[in-house]
Write a protein that binds this ligand. Structure first.
Ligand SMILES: [Zn+2]
Length: 285
């Protein structure tokens, strides 16, 4: 079955991972900007990172017929440095017309601090000014519930924002309904042992249904599995879910969300009829 991994940090993975993902049916991935494992010291450090995300990774993925897309931001862990964050936010528009950029992300909260909230809101403002999609990181710590509520409250305060243009990531049993009930898309992050396992993710799907929900590996520097989405596909098959139901979660849903970005490229080639069916997103200046 073909699938899309909507959240994986390929900068931290080896080329063999692309190879194995392609064999498992992966046709596209999206890579949010994240923490490098150390705090970067300058705006130029981020500029080089964004060049990696928009120039290097798409080429590496293309060798395996995988489409590579990316999201740009300064992540919540580095947002304590507000001055640096503002410099990065000012620089991001240099990259917003790169063909593989889908929007602003993954922005959010880490320890739910005041500085993190300030930088979060400035990112949202940037996304609104440029009519960009938003990808949200919710905290992994015990503060996930509080952090998710804080994030959704801040998003709801911005009257320009349309919830269907925002994807709230790393949802779990206690946060998924809050995101869906407010009209947002959401994603579950599958980790082999900690956080949401493929089994728990399928339990969540059985609890809330398949509308506006997707799953990702969030593969990164840590112990994670770039084949986590195929693992979940296997678990859904084992429980007797129809192929059309599985396909909705791992392919149709991410496609429907990402298609809202004008830079999303269809494959193999979008027919004129299909093109006419979807509402074109407004291009930014
Ligand atoms: Zn991530």
């Amino acid at each position: 079955m073909y699938y899309i991994d909507p959240h994986i940090h390929m900068i931290s993975r080896v080329t063999d991972d692309y190879h194995r993902m392609a064999y498992a049916g992966c046709v596209a991935i999206t890579e949010p900007a994240f923490w490098a494992g150390f705090d970067r010291g300058s705006v130029d450090g981020f500029r080089d990172y964004f060049r990696h995300l928009t120039e290097v990774e798409p080429k590496r993925a293309a060798q395996f017929n995988i489409r590579h897309y990316s999201w740009l931001c300064i992540n919540a862990k580095e947002a304590e440095n507000v001055e640096l964050s503002r410099g990065v936010i000012q620089m991001i528009p240099e990259f917003l017309n790169k063909p593989n950029v889908l929007g602003i992300g993954e922005i959010g909260l880490n320890k739910n601090t005041k500085n993190e909230a300030t930088v979060f809101q400035e990112h949202v403002d940037l996304a609104m000014k440029y009519h960009e999609l938003i990808l949200i990181h919710t905290p992994h710590l015990e503060d996930k519930y509080k952090g998710t509520r804080m994030i959704i409250d801040m998003l709801k305060q911005d009257r320009r924002l349309k919830p269907e243009r925002v994807l709230i990531d790393h949802v779990e049993e206690h946060t998924v309904r809050h995101a869906l009930d407010n009209g947002f898309w959401c994603a579950m992050t599958l980790y082999p042992t900690t956080k949401c396992t493929p089994q728990r993710a399928v339990d969540i799907i059985e609890m809330v249904g398949t509308d506006c929900i997707m799953a990702n590996s969030a593969g990164d520097w840590g112990k994670s599995d770039p084949l986590a989405v195929p693992e979940m596909i296997q678990e859904m098959k084992r429980r007797g879910h129809a192929d059309s139901v599985i396909r909705k979660v791992v392919y149709d849903n991410p496609l429907a969300f990402f298609r809202q970005c004008a830079r999303w490229q269809e494959w193999p080639a979008e027919t004129e009829v299909e093109k006419a069916k979807r509402k074109p997103a407004k291009a930014h200046a």
